[in-house]
Design a protein around this ligand. Structure first.
Ligand SMILES: [Cu+2]
Length: 153
């Protein structure tokens, strides 16, 4: 190898060493268009102490990401659920872990996957925002913001 080849090899190596860990550290999924559906009007939070959260969790990283759990300072507990119609009956079941492919997204929407937000600590008003923390496999954390909205009539 001549001197030029050595220099090219050194630069390439240096770039690899620099870029790999930085990309992994900087790349986190994001919550977009997060919102929480208030109970229908006329129903108090006490009679229906569960709300549903929707939005998109986008993974723009080159590696898959897995959500292990969720929690929120505004609710006693948070679970990921999936609604499925089985034999004409709509049923919800917990989603223990949620894997999102590289450049993929998990869509949380009414009638599908959603966050089940249980027992709010305080009465939430339309327009207020709550934060949900998602625990990621590998030790990371994802913070998502959700706007409280009235259900559509
Ligand atoms: Cu549910």
């Amino acid at each position: 190898m001549n001197a030029f080849a050595y220099r090219v090899a050194a630069v390439v190596l240096f770039a690899l060493v620099l870029s790999a860990p930085v990309a992994a550290r900087d790349c986190r999924p994001q919550v977009r268009e997060g919102w929480v559906r208030m109970p229908p009007s006329g129903m108090s939070m006490k009679s229906m102490p569960t709300m549903a959260g929707f939005g998109r969790i986008v993974n723009r990283c080159s590696t898959p990401t897995t959500i292990l759990s969720a929690r929120s300072p505004s609710f006693a507990s948070v679970e990921l659920h999936e609604t499925k119609v089985i034999g004409g009956v709509s049923k919800m079941r917990p989603v223990p872990t949620l894997r999102i492919a590289p450049d993929g997204a998990a869509v949380l929407r009414p009638g599908g996957m959603h966050l089940m937000l249980m027992r709010p600590g305080a009465t939430l008003k339309a327009g207020s925002r709550i934060v949900v923390e998602f625990e990621l496999a590998g030790g990371g954390m994802l913070l998502g913001e959700f706007e409280v909205r009235k259900p559509e009539l």
